[in-house]
Ligand binder design. Structure first.
Ligand SMILES: Cc1cc2nc3c(=O)[nH]c(=O)nc-3n(C[C@H](O)[C@H](O)[C@H](O)COP(=O)(O)O)c2cc1C
Length: 176
């Protein structure tokens, strides 16, 4: 027998992404898992950010962000960037990460230590309620050479991909 409970969205898996924003000289990182693929041609992704985050005006004003894909071994950094605010701490400095310019973006920094980075230019902003969704075109992909496939695409090593589900971290399992 089914029961009806209040509407709730936290029960599907979401990738854990380190969003780079601001500038190379004044950079910030926010951990986001309300992130998704929304279009393949042109390649587009979405990220939803609460208006209260320090990162929110940085993304809004520059119209840019970088989506840096962390690995399982980056979990501590993911949590640091997901619990500390750039208002009170320089996350790059604290975590000994390197902000690099991310061509062809003008402003948003990428994290050199991540092996796969999407350079994203915001095309639409949709206020949804608690979060505003930024829909952005992926204008370049920067990655380690060994991740590029013959098809000129790159995917994170699946066993290295972090997923957030039910307030816990998971990695995907190959089924087929
Ligand atoms: C796993 C995880 C996922 C998160 N996903 C989001 C998200 O999608 N959107 C958001 O606004 N905040 C998200 N947060 C919370 C922010 O990362 C957190 O509030 C952060 O401290 C904000 O940093 P800032 O103030 O420097 O922008 C997430 C936190 C964690 C730990």
């Amino acid at each position: 027998m089914k029961v009806t409970i209040p509407p709730y969205v936290h029960s599907y898996p979401a990738p854990v992404i380190l969003i780079g924003c601001g500038t190379v000289d004044n950079p910030n990182i926010i951990t986001c898992s309300w992130f998704g693929t929304v279009c393949s041609e042109p390649p587009m992704v979405s990220v939803s950010i609460r208006q209260s985050r320090h990162s929110f005006p940085l993304v809004k004003e520059t119209g840019e962000f970088t989506a840096n894909i962390p690995r399982v071994s980056d979990l501590e950094k993911v949590e640091f960037c997901g619990y500390k605010s750039g208002r009170s701490v320089n996350k790059f400095k604290e975590l000994k990460l390197t902000p690099l310019s991310c061509p062809p973006l003008d402003s948003a920094p990428m994290i050199e230590e991540c092996s796969l980075i999407l350079a994203c230019k915001v095309k639409h902003e949709i206020p949804l309620g608690s979060h505003n969704m930024f829909i952005a075109e992926v204008v370049a992909v920067h990655c380690e050479e060994d991740m590029v496939r013959r098809t000129k695409t790159a995917v994170p090593f699946p066993e290295e991909q972090l997923i957030y589900l039910d307030k816990r971290y998971w990695t995907p399992k190959l089924l087929k």
